[in-house]
Design a protein. Structure first.
Length: 172
């Protein structure tokens, strides 16, 4: 099965802030930014104008490009955007994200926030499921916590001697 991955750059109305991200569904991700579903940087700075995106067929290449762009200076990002989008147009409509779609998405998520939250929690629960113990149902029997071996020469905390004669014994 072939997947498409996108690296994208968003900005705000005044072009004062850039946000670089990677996704496998640019249409959905832009809607999330536009209707402010997720809390964080893009909501705090009203970053919701898509000004640049690139298509990749390999997730590793997309992530590498995202990391590269995040390290770039502001001027370099501006030059990249102006090379492909000289007027700094919002490219959202070129993806098919219309005002009607955004209104429908806003209405849906306002009416059903509990469903959205429950689905997110359920997906996380599936990812983080731990093995259960057969004997008592607790996971503590299956968990193996790595312990650090003691460093040579430091078997425990050194305690201050309680009386002066102990000092003489240690020095001899």
């Amino acid at each position: 099965m072939n997947y498409n991955f996108y690296v994208y750059i968003l900005t705000n109305k005044h072009r004062t802030v850039f946000y670089t991200g990677v996704t496998n569904n640019l249409f959905r991700r832009i809607i999330e930014h536009k209707i402010k579903i997720n809390e964080g940087f893009t909501n705090d700075y009203n970053v919701n104008r898509l000004v640049h995106y690139e298509l990749f067929f390999n997730i590793k290449d997309a992530i590498a490009r995202e990391k590269q762009l995040k390290k770039w200076r502001r001027l370099w990002k501006m030059n990249l955007i102006e090379k492909n989008n000289a007027n700094w147009d919002d490219l959202t409509e070129s993806l098919g994200v219309t005002a009607k779609i955004l209104d429908s998405a806003k209405t849906f998520f306002k009416k059903t926030p509990a469903i959205r939250i429950a689905s997110v929690l359920e997906s996380r629960k599936r990812r983080w499921r731990l093995p259960r113990s057969e004997d008592c149902g607790h996971i503590s029997n299956k968990l193996q916590v790595p312990t650090n071996p003691p460093r040579p020469g430091r078997q425990g905390k050194r305690q201050a001697p309680t009386n002066p004669s102990d000092n003489r014994k240690r020095l001899q």
